[in-house]
Design a protein around this ligand. Structure first.
Ligand code: AMP
Length: 571
């Protein structure tokens, strides 16, 4: 019998099929002040109306530093400080439509800066603080920001690349700027601005953010998202994230990635929720302790993090009181069925997988609290979004048939362009009538979407097409396997053979015996052609800085090709 996890708490969405049938985007407008004559600006909707209204004394952000100290900001404080920063930027000559990058660790000023930039009608360009000098240089050359907000140590890190830039942006330094010539200080910018600055009225299709994609397949590109994305981000918070008034919410994604802003900052703040941010790196004990300490109700994280929590062992979970947790979401990578099962067994919660991309700006396919979860499926399209599996001519394929995952263009949070690259933008629309996601998938009889892999990652072996996700999911069910990545390795006889890279769980050592054991373990679970003919044990997998496995790197090595741009590879 098919494995299913049934709903275990009533959510915001009671009847998915009905909501999907009857939905229209205009029904969400009432949640926003612009529908009542206010100005149109995503930052004003997220912060200003709460900062001026009844939520002004409520905490908007608990920012936990790496050492455990907490700095909190109320909506009122956030409102005034982001106004000051916005006005300070204008006084420095920063204009509407300029790009302003924020290259900071996750401190309160990161949030204040992003909101301030968006208020003046400029495009915020959040850069993950783990990016190295080369990655930052690529983005400066591409985005040509007029200013960059950063800290002394990050400025020093990228100083070597600055001398070769055709135009050096203005640096706004948070902290001691002694010796950093030509820079201005963050606190002076703040002090020069008025706390009563009025956010600029924008158009629905004006961009508010430039997000460089995590580039799991190629060179990073600057994806532009429009102010009207707020509609779908709000919908995502209600139906996908299932947030309620008064909930404390923790999205673990860095604001350098789309998840970290769309459902990490703006989404929860439209609804006036308190969010948590943690500056430090991943650590299982710290993560559980944050949920306990802040009584987190809703938690949004990613498969890599969940697999790392699993690796840390099930006894650790029992040391913490996680009873506040009501809803868990995961996005960004395929969520293995084994992880969903672990959620139910060990956390006693369902983990709700949802699918989207930087380019989609908000969740597009999801599991909902009212719906059965079929482990391994990404769920069904969110109300208002039409998703299909199509062939290269745009013809919809029947259930069970594998093809390209495509969306009908026109959802509100859809990117409005790729910065300075119209050719790249047009490539997304090469399938007539559709936006092509670049992913391969199939839909089952009941409309659940099943992910197979990035189109480039699909393996062709013995005349069959195979998605790496299926094999990886089978591998991690073996008790010795913590993580795995599967690629096609060129082979004269079979075109490609399946090769698996495996990271072992603590307490297991690589050996031929273990290799055989793992092979036998998955052989009986998978199609005859799908088991890995080669297994290599590795200490870690190559990942992007946002935690996605870079199969491209492994594949290039196996095929003896150039690995291409590696600026997004984690250290
Ligand atoms: P990015 O724009 O860098 O966040 O990458 C988007 C890509 O991540 C998608 O095209 C998918 O390949 C992958 N992805 C995101 N969410 C999921 C998910 N829930 N399941 C499977 N793959 C996902």
């Amino acid at each position: 019998m098919e494995e299913i996890f049934s709903p275990n708490h009533p959510g915001n969405l009671q009847d998915y099929e009905k909501a999907y049938r009857e939905f229209n985007w205009a029904s969400l407008e009432v949640y926003f002040d612009w529908s009542k004559g206010g100005i149109y600006n995503i930052a004003a909707e997220a912060v200003d109306r709460h900062g001026r209204g009844s939520r002004k004394d409520q905490v908007a952000l608990h920012s936990v530093q790496a050492n455990g100290d907490v700095k909190s900001l109320t909506f009122g404080e956030l409102y005034r400080r982001s106004n000051q920063f916005a006005d300070g930027l204008v006084k420095l000559g920063v204009r509407r439509s300029d790009r302003v990058f924020v290259y900071l660790d996750r401190t309160t000023e990161l949030f204040i800066s992003l909101i301030g930039i968006v208020k003046i009608g400029a495009m915020a360009g959040p850069l993950f603080s783990a990016l190295g000098p080369e990655a930052v240089r690529d983005r400066i050359l591409d985005g040509e920001p007029s200013a960059i907000v950063t800290s002394p140590y990050l400025y020093q890190r990228i100083a070597p690349i600055l001398k070769d830039l055709p135009i050096v942006p203005l640096f706004i330094i948070l902290g001691d700027k002694e010796g950093l010539e030509g820079t201005v200080s963050y606190s002076e910018v703040l002090a020069s601005g008025s706390p009563d600055f009025e956010a600029v009225d924008m158009g629905p299709n004006d961009p508010y953010i430039i997000h460089y994609t995590s580039g799991s397949t190629g060179k990073p590109k600057g994806v532009l998202l429009p102010h009207k994305a707020m509609l779908q981000q709000l919908l995502g918070m209600k139906y996908v994230v299932d947030i309620r008034d008064g909930d404390v919410y923790w999205c673990t994604a860095d604001p350098g990635w789309v998840t970290g802003t769309s459902v990490g900052i703006f989404g929860p703040w439209y609804l006036g929720n308190t969010i948590i941010s943690y500056e430090g790196r991943f650590d299982a004990r710290t993560w559980y302790s944050l949920i306990e300490r802040f009584k987190v109700n809703v938690w949004f994280t990613a498969p890599t993090a969940l697999r790392m929590l699993m690796k840390a062992g099930d006894d650790l979970v029992k040391e913490f009181d996680l009873s506040s947790l009501r809803h868990i979401c995961s996005a960004g990578e395929p969520l293995n069925p084994h992880v969903v099962r672990w959620g139910v067994e060990v956390l006693d919660r369902r983990i709700h997988d949802n699918w989207w991309q930087t380019e989609t700006g908000a969740p597009c396919i999801s599991n909902y609290s009212c719906m059965d979860i079929r482990p391994g499926s990404m769920g069904k399209p969110v109300p208002g979004v039409v998703a299909a599996v199509v062939d290269e001519n745009g013809m919809e394929l029947p259930p069970g048939k594998e093809g390209f995952l495509a969306l009908r263009p026109g959802w509100p949070s859809m990117m409005i362009g790729i910065w300075k690259n119209i050719t790249k933008y047009r490539e997304y629309f090469y399938v007539p009538g559709w936006y092509a996601t670049g992913d391969q998938a199939y839909m089952d009889e009941d409309g659940y979407v099943w992910f197979l892999g990035r189109a480039d990652d699909v393996i062709k072996t013995s005349g069959e097409r195979l998605g790496p996700f299926e094999v990886e999911s089978a591998l991690i069910e073996h008790s010795a396997v913590a993580e795995s990545a599967v690629v096609g390795k060129p082979d004269e006889l079979r075109g490609e053979i399946v090769k698996a890279f495996i990271v072992l769980r603590p307490g297991h050592e690589p050996s031929d015996h273990l290799r055989k054991d793992i092979t036998n373990f998955v052989r009986v679970r998978l199609a005859y052609y799908a088991y890995p003919r080669e297994i290599e044990f590795v200490a870690e997998l190559p990942k992007t800085r946002s935690g996605k496995i870079m199969r491209r790197v492994l594949k290039a090595k196996e095929g003896g090709h150039d690995v291409g741009d590696l600026s997004m590879l984690e250290d």
